[in-house]
Write a protein that binds this ligand. Structure first.
Ligand SMILES: [Zn+2]
Ligand SMILES: [Zn+2]
Length: 279
């Protein structure tokens, strides 16, 4: 089993990282991917992957980084540095997280059109890097409150002609049925679910229905730790061992035995991240 999206290199694990990774291994999580969100965090993710045999790195720049720094010169320089980080280690197996995030943490609550454009430029530069290095892309998509806007825009970007078909993972997937139908039409897309699928469904949310729509060979499970701990750990620090709770929820929703889902998730991982097998 794999935890397809963690931040185990994060400072939240500085005190007890060895124990956290050991607990994951005891829970049957042989592999986990630790994900960079900017240049510094990407370097840390690679250092962490170099240290632990079952830990792999993905390097990328989160869309919010481009809100203030989306000029072309900065984007080109940052992605050039990402390329160097990729080349520094055999354990880099993906690019990301990168994507579109229209959820504002500022008091005014608004992501401007200029910021959206900057996020798009930053994202597409990382897609180009992934294609150049033949690596899959781990995508972060967060719409503005009560909307599917970032998913709609992401679909448009992924569906553009001329884009080759590097595997794409939509991490912490929370799209509604309508947008899921569209993504299902793009064969390169896989859907990775996090602990928030175990939270009581919000009114109007169609997580169960969406899970039902997606074939199991296009699903991954992740924790996104230290965030989004699944029930019954909600509100506490999350860790990779809890990905089994996410997988259990998927198996129950799909009405399939847990062991078959586990096997399927392993096959999906090897198909999507072939470098896991190479080393
Ligand atoms: Zn994310
Ligand atoms: Zn993340």
């Amino acid at each position: 089993m794999i935890d397809a999206h963690t931040h185990v290199h994060d400072v939240a694990f500085d005190e007890d990282r060895d124990a956290v990774i050991e607990r994951a291994q005891s829970a049957g999580i042989e592999n986990l991917i630790t994900i960079g969100t900017d240049l510094l965090e990407s370097r840390r993710s690679v250092a962490c992957a170099e240290r632990y045999p079952g830990v792999w790195a993905s390097v990328g720049i989160h869309p919010h980084v481009f809100n203030e720094r989306g000029d072309e010169e900065t984007v080109v320089a940052s992605v050039g540095e990402l390329r160097n980080i990729c080349r520094s280690s055999e354990k880099v197996i993906a690019i990301g997280e990168c994507g579109l995030d229209y959820f504002s943490h500022d008091a005014d609550g608004i992501i401007t059109e200029k910021q959206k454009r900057a996020q798009r430029v930053g994202f597409l530069a990382q897609v180009a890097l992934a294609q150049e290095l033949r690596l899959p892309i781990i995508i972060h998509t967060r719409p503005s409150f009560g909307s599917m806007d970032a998913y709609e825009d992401m679909y448009t970007l992924l569906n553009s002609p001329g884009r080759d078909h590097s595997p794409v993972i939509l991490h912490c997937y929370m799209g509604d049925a309508e947008v899921t139908e569209k993504f299902l039409g793009l064969p390169q897309v896989s859907f990775s679910f996090a602990g928030n699928i175990t939270y009581k469904a919000r009114a109007g949310s169609d997580t169960e229905r969406v899970l039902g729509m997606i074939p199991i060979d296009r699903i991954l499970a992740e924790t996104d730790c230290p965030y989004l701990a699944p029930i019954p750990h909600r509100g506490k620090r999350n860790e990779p061992a809890y990905v089994t709770l996410v997988a259990q929820h998927i198996a129950e929703t799909k009405k399939m035995p847990y062991t078959s889902l586990e096997e399927q998730l392993r096959d999906n991982t090897w198909r999507i991240f072939p470098k896991l097998l190479d080393i």
